[in-house]
Design a protein around this ligand. Structure first.
Ligand code: NAP
Length: 512
């Protein structure tokens, strides 16, 4: 059933509480977050004929990850044709792996194409949400005190949004420039400076080669070396782009071949099968050998955990950067940071002008990033005391009409996250259509259904390489993986193709 509203301008419609504004007309829907998931959800709602939604964005512009990560070299290490919306292929991707600004420009184009600006509320960080059973509606509170009412919420807040700074003594005392990769300071000129980079994860391996050529000296502080595969970066020729424009099905073909390839590689990346892992490890070792001449340096850059246990990194030029005269790899642990630089465990002081923190994120995938109170005032932090759980990663028992994208156990270990989020969005739009069409006050997933789903999921987890003994952001403190999906993306998509109403407790409005 298509729902049309007289206006697509968000909201002044009435709610029971006069201090609260509806997040849309007729059936107000709130989308929290305007990254790939939030924008994708808005587009699909529009395509379903539902216009009564408002997108709340905490920052001053849309884009999420691709707005926030602007460090030199920032790019996506997933091929662009599979890292785009399936319904919005882009013939103009400049290379196999697009850079951050190009992806952000793509998202901005989608916003204009679907006329989403009138639905957007920028600089509107939602701080809390509470469910009202009688109204079958959520009240969302913005940091400035404004309140909005929504019959359904799409929580598209992302998993890796808040930068994490390391817990190192003296971090505050450093007198030079401190920059986190996810909050780059473009006003600070790195050229000619002595720079330290802390961390050697996915962000670090992009920023290190990008800045090595311009700084006077680069000291890379590595705690754990990573397995690095070559990226095989290729720019896309003008002829190919023209062909894509002329025959759009070619882009679909490329997308599907990239997706199929990643699915075929899935077992190699996910399974705790040391012999299989050795195949990939040998490829990484060959890349290391081709990139670094010194055996001592190679030994320092060689990981000692099983391939896939931490996120796999791909780069053509990261390892070879250590061949430069102005780049040093520091493997003594960090003891402290002082006014002038970094002191390592061997007592050496590495004096620097700037410290780049490539130290990752506070992972929001294992806990809710805002205060949420569901049925009977149930607090999300209480519900998730033993770790974040959801049914199919999308709905949570006790939190009716609340739909999550990139929720617990939906992260991909081996392919594009968009394969997952697009399927989640389809599920969510289906559920919202049912809420509207069947005049449902609220639907909440049954606890037994959610528990069974998660017991099976965690049962499968023990066969994955993620639980093979290394430390990674995939695992919560108790060692449980609440982040990734232990299976093929195609299997996950098949699982969430349809909303099965018998999975939910349904409460209708009582009409006189
Ligand atoms: P990350 O993978 O969490 O890496 C953080 C790095 O900082 C690690 O090397 C870590 O060492 C190090 N570190 C943290 N605290 C430290 C300390 N006290 N002392 C020394 N080193 C410390 O963060 P990230 O590189 O930003 O990547 C996070 C995620 O973002 C990735 O896994 C990926 O999902 C996503 N990402 C994606 C792309 C892409 O191209 N698609 C690019 C960048 C990021 P340990 O390993 O020892 O903990």
């Amino acid at each position: 059933m298509a729902i049309h509203n007289s206006s697509h301008h968000p909201p002044q419609a009435a709610s029971q509480d006069p201090s609260t504004t509806d997040a849309g007309n007729e059936f107000p829907i709130a989308i929290i977050g305007s990254g790939f998931s939030g924008i994708g959800a808005a587009v699909q709602l529009k395509k379903a004929g539902i216009e009564s939604f408002t997108i709340f964005e905490r920052a001053g512009e849309i884009g999420g990850t691709w707005r926030d990560n602007t460090y030199p070299g920032a790019a996506c290490d997933v091929p662009s044709h599979v890292y785009s919306y399936s319904s919005e292929p882009n013939p103009d991707w400049s290379s196999k792996f697009a850079c951050a600004s190009e992806i952000q420009a793509y998202l901005l184009r989608i916003v204009e194409k679907y006329d989403l600006r009138p639905h957007l509320r920028l600089n509107a960080p939602i701080t809390s949400a509470a469910f009202n059973e009688l109204e079958g509606a959520w009240t969302l509170e913005v940091a400035d005190g404004r309140r909005f009412r929504a019959r359904a919420v799409v929580a598209a807040m992302g998993g890796l949004i808040d930068p994490s700074y390391p817990d190192i003594d003296g971090v505050e005392s450093f007198a030079g420039q401190s920059i986190h990769t996810a909050r780059w300071n473009h006003d600070y000129e790195l050229g000619g400076k002595r720079v330290a980079v802390i961390g050697t994860g996915a962000s670090a391996i992009q920023v290190i080669p990008a800045i090595a050529g311009k700084v006077a000296k680069l000291s890379v502080f590595q705690r754990t070396p990573a397995w690095v595969l070559p990226r095989g970066e290729k720019s896309i020729r003008a002829q190919t782009k023209a062909r894509y424009r002329r025959y759009p099905f070619l882009m679909r073909l490329v997308r599907w071949s990239q997706f199929l390839f990643s699915e075929l590689m899935g077992p190699l990346i996910m399974l705790n099968a040391p012999r299989l892992s050795r195949v990939a490890e040998s490829a990484c070792e060959k890349h290391l050998e081709n990139s670094v001449a010194s055996p001592e340096l190679r030994a320092k850059l060689h990981p000692d955990f099983q391939f896939g246990c931490k996120r796999i990194l791909i780069s053509d030029d990261y390892l070879s950067t250590f061949e430069r005269d102005n780049v040093e790899l520091v493997t003594d642990g960090i003891r402290e940071i002082n006014r002038s630089g970094i002191v390592t465990n061997d007592g050496a002081l590495h004096e620097v002008d700037a410290i780049v923190y490539a130290t990752g994120f506070d992972v929001a995938i294992t806990h809710a990033p805002i205060a949420i109170k569901g049925l009977g005032g149930l607090d999300i932090s209480a519900a998730w005391r033993d770790g974040a759980e959801a049914y199919k990663g999308i709905v949570v028992a006790g939190f009716p009409n609340w739909f999550v994208t990139m929720g617990p156990n939906t992260g991909p270990g081996h392919t594009s996250v968009l394969i997952y989020t697009e399927a989640q969005i389809r599920y969510i739009v289906q559920a919202i259509r049912k809420l509207i069409a069947q005049d449902i006050r609220y639907m909440t997933v049954r606890r037994d259904v959610q528990d069974r789903y998660n017991a099976r999921l965690q049962g499968r987890m023990k066969y994955t390489v993620w639980e093979s003994g290394c430390k990674s952001w995939y695992l919560s403190e108790d060692g449980k993986n609440h982040a990734l999906y232990p299976g093929f993306a195609s299997e996950y998509r098949a699982r969430i193709r349809r909303v099965t109403m018998s999975d939910f407790d349904i409460t209708h409005f009582e009409h006189a």
